[in-house]
Design a protein around this ligand. Structure first.
Ligand code: ATP
Length: 292
């Protein structure tokens, strides 16, 4: 095993009674990586993370975190910060008390004021958890995950329910963590966020890992898209693909086809209205999952 291996999952199977939620799942995450585990609803992402976090034993297979079993709390807990989808903070505690309590349980040390500032909660330090908004509770979850600068941070849908400013500041905090070499594993349904930030993406569907790779590797298998429309009476363009009165062209030769189209528009004196041209997005890889 190389020393850079932070998470090593081999042939993981997770079951609930007779139901198999995750099967044949293998993936590795290396030190300093941001790995996004994405998937359709019910794909098994949270079940997988629960095993990685040591909250659920696998039905079979092997999971190693920093070379140890996730159940080995003394070895793993001080090095791993976790932001669950739903936290269980006591509603009567203040934000400061909650961060202090969970921080102390982590076995790491930190300055609570610093952590509150990182999570944008300084103004809410004395507010009781019961009085926090949904977005503020997510920030509190984030604060406890990053308390003490763990080597590995697991974020389960970290930006769900956050407004755009809060999302931006959470990602800025994640970027700062990464600058210090922290490894990050996250799930999200905001695919753009993963596309922008993940070093590698694992795509799960119905309990198995269907695809894995960098964004470029995942999108390489699908065509890029050019869309535009033409003014009434314009001649036929050199490429075809009609959609709702406009044009929607799928191509594996984006540069070539775009060059041809622009040349035609210039030579014909025809404006290309609402022109867009771009690579395939992770959304499209997602939509293709069912047919794989
Ligand atoms: N405690 C449980 N008991 C029985 N089935 C469960 C339990 N937890 C999850 N499941 C089932 O296991 C499957 C995987 O669920 P999981 O929460 O891991 O998916 P997910 O990928 O995180 O989904 P989502 O994106 O919707 O949050 C689903 O079919 C779910 O209904």
């Amino acid at each position: 095993m190389t020393t850079s291996l932070v998470i090593d999952v081999e042939d993981l199977r997770v079951t609930y009674g007779d139901f198999t939620a995750v099967r044949d799942l293998s993936f590795q995450v290396h030190r300093g990586e941001l790995y996004a585990l994405l998937g359709t609803n019910g794909a098994g992402k949270t079940s997988t993370l629960e095993v990685v976090e040591g909250h659920r034993p696998p039905a079979s297979g092997s999971v190693r975190i920093f070379g140890s079993s996730p159940q080995d709390r003394n070895a793993v807990r001080p090095r791993m910060g976790i932001m669950l989808q739903e936290s269980g903070f006591s509603p009567d505690l203040t934000v400061r008390e909650s961060v202090g309590l969970v921080g102390a349980l982590s076995g790491r040390r930190d300055d609570i004021g610093r952590v509150l500032a990182v999570a944008g909660l300084t103004q809410k330090a004395s507010t009781r958890v019961a009085q926090l908004s949904g977005g503020e509770k997510r920030r509190l979850d984030f604060a406890t995950a990053v308390y003490g600068g763990p080597d590995l941070v697991i974020l389960d849908e970290p930006t769900t329910g956050l407004d755009i400013q809060s999302r931006d500041s959470l990602w800025a905090a994640v970027d700062r963590l990464r600058d210090t070499g922290t490894t990050v594993v996250l799930t999200t349904h905001y695919l753009e966020e993963a596309q922008q930030r993940a070093d590698r993406i694992g795509l799960m569907h119905e309990g198995t890992l269907r695809q894995e790779g960098t964004v470029a590797e995942l999108t390489r298998t699908l065509p890029a898209v050019i869309t535009f429309s033409l003014p009434p009476g314009a001649p036929e363009p050199p490429i075809i693909g009609a959609l709702n009165g406009g044009f929607h062209v799928e191509t594996f030769s984006l540069q070539h086809d775009l060059h041809r189209l622009l040349g035609w528009a210039h030579d014909s004196g025809v404006p290309l209205l609402d022109l867009t041209a771009g690579p395939t997005r992770i959304d499209d890889v997602f939509r293709a999952l069912d047919s794989n």
